[in-house]
Ligand binder design. Structure first.
Ligand SMILES: *Cc1c(COP(=O)(O)O)cnc(C)c1O
Length: 371
């Protein structure tokens, strides 16, 4: 077989680029998975073939993130925004008192706050809106209420480009409430400190695979607290009791996620993804800081995301020319989110260092031609 031509580098924020080898394997197995005579999309979710795909995906994921046995791994549907409702319905039941504290660090946690207000007494424990969403308020300043059902953080703000390097230690702040972390856009790029968290959720379409699959990690003692209105298919206890098979799971998305987990493992695991994320993001941020003002990133250095790098051309009339030239250079989907403007380069696990180097080379060339 001739070598496949190199594809353009895709900087989309999600759905996002996937490893070439995963897509090729999926293509090869499309019509016949492992001699079964069926494609994965055509299999019964209860048959031995799909059950083996699911079990393998869960066990590889558990290994990659060193998930302790007292956490359930659930494969759900509904995306990150679905979890904004599913989390309060599961954790803010009557016995939990209904207080929900949300640390607002950007667009996604703001959405989580607004949605949680439909299910409980949800308030912002802190907000970075005052500084234009450029820094993460220090944990010591968060206004946490005694007995809150949970505290919500978004540990990587995909739109604004802010990331928590570590999850907050609520116990050290004197807070006994469980922490809920929306890790949608940086899961598998760094380890998770399971001692600090009660629930982690992540939509798959950023760092894992196709949209439609949502990963939920829930600590055993948090099951059984759901509000009576919580749909059974979204009740963590029900989903856990059925091993993510209460209803038909998103089978094809789980299969692709499983291939991505194997790919991460073969590359050297989460530790290697972490190392690469540091390397790739430093390459781009160093250029942004040293370019002499043609481009800029507004986020405080200690809050900068390694996954999503928003940047602006000082002369915004050049935006369209920048994007058109980027497309010609094989650099796709760099336009910033409409609420922020400018550009955004997402550097997920499947983005190679060569892609970031190509982007920086293009940016240098563009700045030289238009500076
Ligand atoms: C993409 C994203 C979401 C939303 O996911 P949907 O699948 O569109 O509901 C939520 N939170 C974060 C941090 C995200 O990056």
């Amino acid at each position: 077989m001739p070598a496949a031509p190199q594809r353009p580098f895709n900087f989309a924020p999600g759905p996002a680029t996937l490893p070439d080898s995963v897509l090729r394997q999926a293509a090869e197995e499309m019509l016949d998975w492992h001699g079964s005579g069926m494609g994965v999309m055509e299999m019964s979710h209860r048959g031995k073939e799909f059950v083996s795909i699911l079990e393998q995906a869960v066990s590889t994921l558990r290994e990659l993130l060193a998930v302790p046995p007292h956490f359930h791994i659930l494969f759900m549907q509904g995306g990150g925004l679905g979890e904004n409702a599913i989390v309060p319905m599961n954790l803010a039941g009557p016995q939990a008192g209904g207080l929900i504290d949300v640390v607002v660090t950007g667009s996604w946690s703001k959405k989580s706050l607004v949605e949680a207000q439909r299910y409980g007494d949800a308030r912002a424990a802190a907000s970075n809106e005052v500084d234009g969403r450029t820094s993460i308020p220090a944990a010591a300043t968060w206004q946490l209420r005694d007995g809150a059902a949970y505290v919500h953080v978004c540990s990587n703000e995909t739109i604004d480009g802010l990331e928590m390097a570590t999850l907050p230690d609520l116990a050290a702040l004197g807070c006994q409430s469980p922490l809920v972390a929306d890790c949608s856009s940086h899961i598998l790029s760094r380890q998770i400190d399971w001692s600090r968290v009660g629930v982690v959720f992540a939509g798959a379409q950023k760092n894992i695979g196709p949209a439609g699959l949502t990963l939920v990690f829930v600590r055993e003692d948090l099951l059984g607290r759901a509000l009576p209105i919580c749909p059974s298919a979204f009740d963590y206890s029900v989903v856990a009791a059925h091993g993510s098979m209460y209803n038909t799971p998103p089978t094809y998305s789980i299969y692709i996620a499983g291939l991505v987990f194997e790919w991460v493992k073969a590359q050297g695991g989460v530790a290697e993804m972490d190392r690469r994320a540091a390397e790739k993001s430093a390459l781009l941020y160093n250029y942004l800081d040293d370019c002499g003002g043609f481009y800029r990133n507004r986020v405080a250095k200690d809050a900068r995301s390694r996954m999503n790098v928003p940047f602006f051309l000082t002369n915004e009339t050049l935006n369209d020319a920048f994007l058109a030239g980027a497309r010609e250079a094989g650099l796709l989907q760099l336009k910033g989110h409409k609420s922020v403007g400018g550009m955004r380069a997402s550097l997920y696990n499947a983005m190679p260092l060569a892609g970031v180097q190509a982007l920086v080379d293009y940016m240098k060339d563009f700045a030289r031609r238009h500076g």
